[in-house]
Design a protein around this ligand. Structure first.
Ligand code: SF4
Length: 333
């Protein structure tokens, strides 16, 4: 077992080639993920946040190789994930799971809940017969569902229950790492709170690590220990959660926080983030945020900013912080 981070991602890139016209001529590439680096420790939650289309979902799926990255490296518990063949990847999938945003479309409508939760255990030869039934019952119970539900189908459940089924299915293989891709975004606030509590309890119990992908900063505050903010395929700021909320450095992070609706009725009304996300097919030169940035400077549209460490664990990519001290070994996200 490795002594470093459980998951280490370096310079990950995924570009989707775009073709146009009858002849399908190459028209460029959408740089959905463009040189992203981060790590996740065992038992930790890292939130990956940003507006829709920033590349966070692509990054999460590329880490699991649900889509193949074009460049970079992914190490899980010291193992080179991108070098694994089909068999090695299948074995690794026991330890690396995903919970999707829309549990209904990710659950097979023709399979009973019990069969769905037990499927992977059967396929991997981990349990069969009576033992399989007992394990499925235990998992359903652990996520707050009655084992009596095992013969029902997905359409018979509410949204919150379906998300519990999604979590049960991910948990069945006793994973160490789960990508939660907008896993609570579609749920009502009260159900959201229940799911967050469940995920936290499971994390404590099994020392699970989560990569929590979301656009909802209110959820982040409740679940994540650290946050990485993405904009147009790149990470622009990362920090421990309290530090990011109390001392955001990147103008994009500040704008996201100002645009975040507060549950408090007397809190100031959220400010709308100005402008649209530019096309990732033709990202702006220099700092990609410069057309929307309230602090834009003369050279921002020419020079891409580097990475500055402004305090332990707090890094930012912005010319405003370019004079921050960068100790060579501390540059990490
Ligand atoms: Fe704004 Fe310039 Fe910083 Fe980009 S580098 S976020 S444009 S100040």
């Amino acid at each position: 077992m490795s002594t470093g981070p459980l998951l280490e991602v370096r310079d990950l890139a995924k570009h989707f080639r775009v073709r146009r016209g009858l002849l399908g001529r190459a028209a460029g590439a959408i740089k959905a993920v463009d040189g992203v680096s981060f790590h996740v420790q065992a038992g930790e939650t890292l939130a990956l946040v940003g507006e829709s289309g920033c590349g966070k979902t692509t990054a999460g799926r590329a880490v699991l190789r649900l889509i193949e990255p074009d460049a970079g490296s992914v190490h899980f518990d010291g193992q080179d994930v991108l070098a694994l063949d089909a068999g090695g990847l299948r074995r690794l999938r026991r330890a690396m799971q995903i919970v999707f945003q829309d549990p209904y479309s990710s659950l097979n409508p023709r399979m009973t809940i019990g069969n769905m939760v037990g499927e992977a255990l059967k396929v991997h030869g981990i349990a069969s017969g009576a033992e399989l039934g007992e394990r499925v019952a235990r998992i359903l119970q652990r996520v707050g569902l009655s084992p009596d539900f095992r013969n029902r189908y997905a359409h018979e459940f509410s949204g919150g229950q379906r998300q519990r089924i999604g979590i049960a299915r991910a948990l069945a293989m006793a994973p160490r790492f789960i990508v939660c891709d907008e896993a609570v975004s579609a749920l009502d606030v009260s159900i959201q709170a229940q799911m967050i509590n469940l995920l936290k309890d499971l994390q404590d119990e099994y020392r699970l690590a989560y990569l929590f992908i979301t656009h909802d900063l209110n959820v982040v505050r409740h679940i994540a220990g650290r946050v990485a903010v993405m904009y147009l395929g790149k990470i622009v700021e990362t920090a421990p959660t309290d530090e990011l909320f109390d001392n955001p450095r990147h103008p994009y992070t500040r704008a996201l926080l100002e645009a975040n609706p507060q549950p408090d009725p007397v809190a100031p009304r959220p400010r709308v983030l100005q402008g649209d996300v530019p096309s990732p097919l033709t990202p702006p030169p220099g700092c990609a945020f410069h057309p929307r940035c309230p602090k834009v400077m003369a050279h921002c549209d020419r020079q891409p900013p580097g990475w500055a460490v402004v305090s332990p664990g707090h890094g930012v990519s912005c010319h405003l912080d370019e004079n921050a001290y960068i100790p060579a070994k501390s540059v990490t996200t």
